[in-house]
Ligand binder design. Structure first.
Ligand code: NDP
Length: 292
């Protein structure tokens, strides 16, 4: 049976280290990192995410601001809000909760955020820096995946990594991070042929597809590490259930290590957001980023 990778535990420990870092910035530089989150509309899942982000931001000792805007907010008004936060010296991290309503161009919004405050790591400047090996604010879920993989496997150098999914928010940045860790990286997607045989070559599998339980145990190389990013709500036996992109029972029987859903990658995302906010605050104020 595979070792269970406990993302909840890892994220808790990371948040403790972040709280220590925040305290040291306060003490040594009179600097309180601050995160502003903008939520447009009434999407219930987004409301829960934003509330959790605010709670955890305060718990580590940082300033937190929530800006709720109605669903019919114009693109111009949202861009003006982002600009106001760009200009506010007490704000070091800006996050506009996605998805935004359809009448707003999300790329335009993301690229209006000051790259120095882009704690989601979605601005083209940060994406470009990541892909050219420069220090960048990197997307949170991919960062969390690689932290868990390194904590489990140690040095990732030379491993065959297969990333399933090529989205801008998970697949592509996680592939870039793994390349930076000297993995041999394959990115698979919906047009890939014979996905099972591609995955069978992987020492490390990152599944970011959004298809419940698609990856089966007989696709997994014995002993491989499986990081399941998928969050899928399904109904089973008349009950609502959260499952990943991997069929947990069959993959667990073959893998060397595996993240559960929930409790694997999920809890890492906010912890990495807080991590990025501390990093951004230190960089903006030109002080050394404390160890975290
Ligand atoms: P997207 O829908 O943006 O991307 C899915 C990717 O999977 C696409 O590249 C798509 O290929 C590929 N894909 C779809 N079907 C198949 C298939 N049958 N075989 C191979 N590849 C396929 O999703 P996201 O990247 O945003 O999210 C992926 C999953 O991760 C979701 O379940 C999401 O809920 C979860 N997630 C979890 C987070 C967290 O833990 N905090 C954060 C973000 C996401 P193509 O490009 O060809 O269409």
């Amino acid at each position: 049976m595979a070792k269970l990778i406990d993302g909840k535990l890892y994220a808790e420990a990371l948040r403790k280290r972040i709280a220590i870092a925040v305290a040291s910035l306060k003490k040594d530089h009179n600097l309180i990192p601050g995160l502003a989150v903008v939520l447009v509309g009434e999407d219930p899942a987004s409301k829960v995410y934003v509330a959790n982000k605010a709670k955890q931001t305060v718990e580590v000792g940082m300033n937190s601001w929530e800006h709720k805007m109605p669903a019919d907010t114009s693109e111009a008004d949202l861009l003006a809000m982002v600009q106001k936060l760009n200009d506010d010296p007490s704000v070091h991290g800006i996050l506009v909760q996605m998805p935004v309503p359809k009448h707003i161009d999300s790329a335009k919004v993301l690229n209006t955020i000051d790259p120095a405050k882009d704690v989601d790591g979605f601005h083209v400047v940060n994406v470009g820096k990541l892909s050219t090996g420069q220090d960048a604010l990197v997307a949170c879920t991919p960062t969390g995946c690689v932290m868990l993989a390194k904590d489990t496997l140690g040095d990732l150098s030379g491993l065959n990594a297969v990333v399933i999914g090529r989205s801008n928010i998970v697949g592509k940045p996680v592939a870039q991070l793994l390349l930076a860790e000297n993995c041999t990286v394959t990115i698979a997607h919906s047009r890939s042929k014979d996905l099972a045989s591609i995955v069978r070559g992987a020492d490390l599998v990152i599944a970011a597809v959004g298809r419940p339980e698609m990856v089966k145990g007989d696709w997994i190389k014995p002993g491989a590490c499986v990081i399941d990013v998928g969050i899928n709500r399904i109904e089973r036996d008349g009950k609502n259930k959260l499952v990943g992109d991997c069929d947990f029972a069959s993959c667990e029987a073959v893998a060397g290590s595996i993240t559960p859903v929930p409790g694997g990658v999920g809890p890492m995302t906010i912890a990495c957001l807080l991590h990025n906010t501390v990093k951004a605050a230190a960089a903006i104020h030109k002080v050394k980023t404390p160890e975290m």
